[in-house]
Design a protein around this ligand. Structure first.
Ligand code: ADP
Length: 596
C-alpha cells in the first residue's frame, strides 16, 4: 500500500516568529477598522477591570470604615455601571473578533484551494489526500487561532494588565515592586516547557493524518479489504496510529498541565508575601486599609491575564504548526515553467512530434529517448507491455509534466512555449477509467464545453451512443452520476467520456482504450462512437484491441520508454518481431474467449 506520507515537509523548521509576522501582515490590514473597533472594546474591558479594583478602596474606606450611608448607594451604583460596561464591551469584542476570524478562515480556505488547483500533477503524486485535507482545513483554522490569540493577548490581556498594574502602583509602589519580582521566574519556567510541547504537537498532526489515511484506504478499498480479509491488517495499522496520537496527547497534556501547579505555587507565595507586608503596614504602621484592598484586588485580577501572557509562547507554538503547514502549500511553486503571456497554440493539422524525449517520475526512466510522429488527421497507435511508458506519453503531451530532455511539439510549436490552457483546449482525452463528477450527466458532458447548449449536449450524446441510455434513466440528463460515476456501468461511463470529447471538438484526441472486457453490446456501441469521434482528428491511441491497431495508420511498439518497431499492421506482422508476438498472444486469448 502506498505510503501517504511521501512528502518530507512534515519536518517543520523553526520560525514561529516569522510565521506569526506573516500571518499578521497578510491578514490584519484588510480588517484594520474592525480590529481597531475590537481594540476599543478591549480597552473598555481593561479600563472597567481596573476600575473594579480601584473602587475597592472606597468600598473599604467609605462604607466599612467611615460608615457613610450615602456612599453605599453611590458605590453600588458605580459597581453596576462598571460591570455593565465590562459585560457589554466583552460582548462587542467577542462578536467583532469572531466575525473577522470567520472571514479570515473563509478567505484562506479559498486561497488554499485555488493554490491547490494550480499545482502540477507531480505535486499530487507526492501528497496524499489526508495530508492535503489537513493543510486546507486545519491550516486556515489554526491561522485564525494564532491571530486571535495575539490580538486577544495584546489587546485584552496587556491592556488589562497595564490598567491593573497602574492601580497597584498608585495604591502601593513598594508592594507592586515586590509582586512584579515574582513574575519573571514564572515566565522563564513556563518557556522551558515550550520546546517540548512544540515537538509533540507536530508529531500529533502527523499521527492524525495517518488515522485519516488508514480510514480513507479502508473505505475506498473496502472491497479489497474484505475480499482479501485485510481487516486485521487495517485494525493493526489503525491501532498503531491511534496509540501514537494518544501518547502524544498525553505528553502534551502533562506538559501543559505542568505549567498550572508551577503558577499556583509561585502565585501563592506572592500573595502570602503581599498579605504579610500589607497586613503589617496597616496594623503596625497605620496605613490606609482601603488602599491595601484595592491593591490586593488588582493583584488577584492581574493573575489571569498575566498567566495567559506567560503561556502565550506555549500556546502560540502549538497553534502555529498548522499555519506553517498551510504556508508550505501556499508557497509551493508549480515546477512546470510557465512563460508569462505565452502565445496561444495554433493548430492546423495537429501533428504531434516527440523528439528524443527522456522522462523520469523520480527514480528510473519512464521514457528513454522516445521519438515518433503522430501525423495530422491520422490514427497513431501505441502498443507495448504494461509499464512501457504509453500513458506517460499522454501525460507529457498534455504537459502535466515536462520531460527532462527532448522536445514535444504540435504543428511545429514546442508545447513549452505556448500557454498550457490553449494547449489543453486543443486536446481531448478519453481514458479507460474516465472520472465523472457527482453532478448531472448533462453537466458531466458539458465539462467538455461549459457554454454548450442542451441541443449540442444531446447531439454529442447521440454521437457517443449515450443518448438512449441517458433518456431511459428516470431523471434523464438531470440524473446524478454518483460519486466518481458510481451509478453508471463502465461502458456507460466511457460513453459519457466520449460525449465529452465530442463536445470539446478538439483537433487532437488522446484515447486510452479499455483493457477490461465490456459486454459485446457495450463494446460495439463504444467502438462505433469512437470511430465517429476519430474522424478528421489526429488520434493517438493506446491500443489493446487488434481491430484498433489494424486500422491505425501507424503503429509504434514501445518497450522500456522507447519505440522499438514502427509501421502498419501488415508491415509489422511481416517483420516477425515483438509486435507479431503481441498479436499472436491476443489471438490466442481471443480464441479462448470465443470458445468459452
Ligand atoms: P504504460 O502506460 O505503458 O503501462 P506508464 O506510462 O504508465 O506505462 O508507466 C511507465 C513507467 O513509469 C512505469 O515504470 C511506471 O511504474 C512509471 N510511472 C507511471 N506513472 C507514475 C507516477 N505517477 N509516478 C511514478 N512513476 C510512475
Amino acid at each position: 500500500m502506498q505510503n501517504p506520507f511521501k512528502s518530507e515537509t512534515w519536518a517543520v523548521p523553526e520560525g514561529t516568529v516569522q510565521t506569526v509576522k506573516r500571518l499578521l501582515s497578510e491578514n490584519i490590514r484588510d480588517y484594520l477598522p474592525r480590529y481597531l473597533l475590537a481594540f476599543l472594546f478591549m480597552g473598555l474591558v481593561a479600563a472597567s477591570t481596573a476600575a473594579s479594583a480601584w473602587i475597592m478602596k472606597d468600598v473599604i474606606n467609605e462604607v466599612f470604615i467611615n460608615r457613610d450611608k450615602m456612599m453605599i448607594y453611590i458605590i453600588a451604583g458605580a459597581v453596576i455601571f462598571i460591570f455593565t460596561i465590562k459585560g457589554a464591551s466583552t460582548y462587542g469584542q467577542m462578536v467583532v473578533l469572531s466575525r473577522v476570524g470567520n472571514a479570515i478562515v473563509a478567505d484562506l480556505q479559498q486561497k488554499l484551494f485555488r493554490r491547490l488547483t494550480e499545482q502540477d500533477l507531480a505535486y499530487f503524486d507526492r501528497m496524499s489526500l489526508p495530508e492535503l485535507a489537513i493543510r486546507v482545513n486545519t491550516g486556515a483554522a489554526s491561522a485564525r487561532a494564532v491571530i486571535e490569540l495575539i490580538v486577544l493577548s495584546l489587546g485584552r490581556d496587556v491592556l488589562t494588565l497595564i490598567g491593573l498594574i497602574a492601580v497597584m502602583i498608585i495604591q502601593d509602589p513598594v508592594m507592586s515592586l515586590l509582586a512584579l519580582v515574582i513574575m519573571p521566574p514564572i515566565v522563564i519556567a513556563v518557556s522551558v516547557l515550550v520546546r517540548r510541547v512544540k515537538t509533540y504537537a507536530k508529531r500529533q498532526v502527523v499521527s492524525n493524518a495517518k488515522i485519516g489515511a488508514t480510514l480513507q484506504e479502508t473505505v475506498l478499498g473496502v472491497r479489497i479489504v474484505k475480499a482479501f480479509g485485510l481487516e486485521p491488517v487495517m485494525h493493526k495499522r489503525m491501532a498503531g496510529s491511534v496509540a501514537e496520537v494518544q501518547h502524544q496527547s498525553n505528553k502534551i497534556a502533562s506538559l501543559m498541565a505542568r505549567t498550572s501547579p508551577l503558577m499556583e505555587t509561585l502565585g501563592g507565595f506572592a500573595i502570602a508575601l503581599v498579605i504579610f507586608y500589607g497586613g503589617y503596614s496597616v496594623v503596625e504602621m497605620g496605613k490606609d486599609p482601603g488602599a491595601f484592598f484595592a491593591f490586593i484586588t488588582a493583584l488577584l485580577l492581574a493573575y489571569d491575564p498575566a498567566r495567559r501572557l506567560a503561556r502565550l509562547n506555549v500556546d502560540l507554538s502549538k497553534k502555529v504548526v498548522g499555519a506553517r503547514l498551510m504556508y508550505e502549500l501556499i508557497d509551493e511553486q508549480p515546477e512546470l515553467e510557465q512563460i508569462d503571456n505565452a502565445p496561444e497554440l495554433k493548430v492546423e493539422g495537429g501533428q504531434v512530434n516527440l523528439d528524443d524525449v527522456h522522462f523520469s517520475y523520480g527514480e528510473g526512466a519512464a521514457l528513454n529517448g522516445l521519438t515518433f510522429v503522430a501525423e495530422s488527421g491520422r490514427t497513431t497507435a501505441l502498443v507495448g507491455a504494461s509499464g512501457a511508458g504509453k500513458s506517460t506519453v499522454f501525460a507529457l503531451i498534455e504537459r502535466f509534466y515536462d520531460p527532462q530532455s527532448g522536445d514535444i511539439s504540435i504543428d511545429g510549436q514546442p508545447i513549452k512555449s505556448v500557454s498550457s490552457e490553449s494547449l489543453r483546449k486543443h486536446i481531448a482525452y478519453v481514458g479507460q477509467d474516465s472520472y465523472l463528477f457527482n453532478i448531472s450527466l448533462r453537466d458531466n458532458i458539458a465539462v467538455g464545453k461549459p457554454s454548450a447548449t442542451q441541443a449540442e449536449i444531446e447531439a454529442a450524446a447521440q454521437a457517443a451512443n449515450a443518448h438512449d441510455f441517458i433518456s431511459d434513466l428516470p431523471d434523464g440528463y438531470d440524473s446524478l452520476a454518483g460519486e466518481g460515476g458510481g451509478r453508471l456501468s463502465g461502458g456507460q461511463k466511457q460513453r459519457i467520456a466520449i460525449a465529452r470529447a465530442m463536445l470539446r471538438d478538439a483537433p487532437i484526441l488522446l484515447l486510452d482504450e479499455a483493457t477490461s472486457a465490456l459486454d459485446a453490446e457495450s463494446e460495439a456501441k463504444i467502438q462505433t462512437a469512437l470511430e465517429k469521434l476519430m474522424v478528421g482528428r489526429t488520434t493517438l491511441v493506446i491500443a489493446h484491441r487488434l481491430s484498433t491497431v489494424r486500422h491505425a495508420h501507424k503503429i509504434h511498439v514501445m518497450d522500456q520508454g522507447r519505440v522499438i518497431e514502427s509501421g502498419t499492421h501488415d508491415e509489422l506482422f511481416e517483420h516477425d518481431g515483438i509486435y507479431r508476438r503481441l498479436c499472436e498472444l491476443q489471438f490466442q486469448s481471443a480464441k479462448k474467449e470465443d470458445a468459452a
